[in-house]
Design a protein around this ligand. Structure first.
Ligand code: CMC
Length: 431
């Protein structure tokens, strides 16, 4: 039987029956599209606590159970068995590729790894110690000025090429941002390397020496990136969709996504976690910092803790936590004091009533920084790493949005609380 919710305005006595949409899984949603037209009423939901903004077939999260699946595949299985380009194909196309499809996809991505030589000159305009995320926003935003031949969003071939270009070029742009920040020459991509190995090569090779990519580092990066690729309608993905809803080209949309990701409540948290752990410094200081996190008068929050959707352990954090042991054993310091501190901090927080009552668990950003650090990636590049992986999710979600027959320009309303019809007073008469 079709489910409805009846809404009655107690002032006018008018009622409306609103249909309930049942997805494949997850909470049903009340379809309120006719509400304003029929009753002249709006809904109010700052931060979208109870709002579904679209229908999607890409990523499923059950926040209560701590489940994350891409196209129906559990994230833990993909992280264990797959690799970056295979999962990228899955997110973009809906199914895992056959061997032939994967080879063709890999060849196409490899064919787009270089950036235009003129684009490289942009970097000289940035201040020498600019944050790499600031550089990313600017350089990715400029891509539409180079690739006019793939900005017709109504043309499926253009959309596809733009998606491939973004996925292929983002590591090259990111590595160049890093090289610029440390004053080293840019390193060209090497198409004989895998996606993550090539990124490590572009970040850490120098023209005067041979650089051999450590397969353990490249495998670790693959796993971290797969965990970060998509997370349904988070702030940056919603930004990409909202930007794209106006018909903006895909390069502009991804630049907008990168800007949204940068904030410390979102992707910027991985950088903030490492800075926080360094500030805490010692297990003996944990209780002091937990007290600060609980104090509403203090803006300090425990970075890498809490999530809008997960009211259970973030499944990505679970994989990363166990990866830390392996990566530190093979690449870093197995007794890394920051990892020890993170483990103790987690232990203290998870036994504290404040965190228990609010269901605050470690999220994806809590342990990723420790892995990045072991890979030699500097702290200010952590959010850039996140942006590289999330680009796949952003372009997949953008593609889904463009082809959605229900898609409209995103344009929320507001509850206006300001002045009305004020008299203009000449400046000399104002007090
Ligand atoms: N430390 C201390 N208190 C917290 C924290 C925290 N990290 N997170 C939430 N709370 C408290 C919050 O003060 C509120 O308490 P009360 O009910 O007494 O007012 C309650 O928990 C609910 O929090 P909220 O801010 O209403 O929850 P939200 O869904 O709006 O925010 C969040 C989610 C992720 C922004 C928030 O938990 C946070 O700021 N965490 C730290 C930053 C972080 O790690 N961000 C990464 C998120 S995961 C990766 C990603 O999205 O990129």
């Amino acid at each position: 039987m079709k489910r409805f919710v009846t809404l009655t305005d107690n002032q006018t006595g008018q009622s409306i029956e609103l249909p309930v949409l049942e997805g494949q899984a997850g909470s049903p949603a009340i379809d309120i599209r006719t509400l304003y037209r029929e009753l002249g009423l709006l809904t109010y939901d700052p931060g979208f606590l109870s709002t579904s903004s679209c229908r999607s077939k890409i990523t499923y999260i059950d926040g209560e159970q701590g489940i994350l699946q891409y196209r129906g595949y559990p994230i833990e299985t993909l992280a264990q068995k797959s690799h970056f380009l295979e999962v990228a194909y899955l997110l973009l196309h809906g199914d895992l590729p056959t061997q032939e499809e994967l080879e063709a996809f890999t060849a196409v991505i490899r064919g787009h790894t270089m950036i235009n030589e003129s684009l490289k000159r942009f970097y000289d305009g940035f201040y020498h110690n600019a944050h790499p995320m600031a550089v990313m926003v600017g350089v990715v935003g400029s891509l539409s000025s180079f690739y006019h031949d793939s900005t017709d969003i109504l043309n499926p071939r253009h959309r596809e090429i733009a998606a491939y270009r973004l996925i292929a070029k983002i590591p090259t742009i990111a590595a160049a941002s890093y090289k610029h920040s440390i004053g080293e020459p840019f390193v060209y991509p090497r198409n004989d390397l895998g996606y993550c190995a090539n990124l490590l090569h572009m970040m850490f090779a120098v023209p005067c020496e041979e650089y051999i990519v450590d397969p353990v580092a490249s495998r670790a990066l693959n796993m971290v990136f797969m965990l970060h690729m998509d997370h349904e309608q988070n702030a940056s993905t919603s930004t990409v969709r909202l930007t794209g809803s106006s018909g903006a080209d895909p390069f502009a949309c991804i630049a907008a996504g990168i800007a949204a990701l940068w904030g410390p409540a979102h992707g910027g948290a991985n950088e903030a976690v490492l800075n926080m752990l360094e500030e805490i410094g010692d297990v003996g200081n944990i209780d002091k910092y937990l007290a600060r996190a609980k104090d509403k008068a203090d803006p300090f929050r425990l970075m890498g803790f809490g999530h809008r959707i997960y009211k259970n352990y973030d499944p990505r954090a679970k994989v990363l936590r166990s990866m830390c042991h392996e990566v530190l054993d093979k690449l870093g310091d197995p007794n890394d004091p920051l990892f020890e501190l993170a483990l103790r901090l987690e232990e203290h927080a998870l036994s504290d009533d404040y965190f228990i009552e609010r269901k605050l668990y470690p999220n994806v950003d809590f342990y990723s920084g420790i892995i990045y650090k072991a890979l030699g990636i500097p702290t200010n590049m952590f959010t850039v790493m996140f942006a590289i992986a999330r680009t796949v999710g952003w372009v997949s979600q953008w593609m889904e949005m463009i082809t959605d027959p229900e898609q409209k320009i995103g344009r929320p309303h507001q509850v206006y609380e300001g002045h009305l019809n004020r008299e203009y007073v000449e400046i000399e008469k104002r007090v």
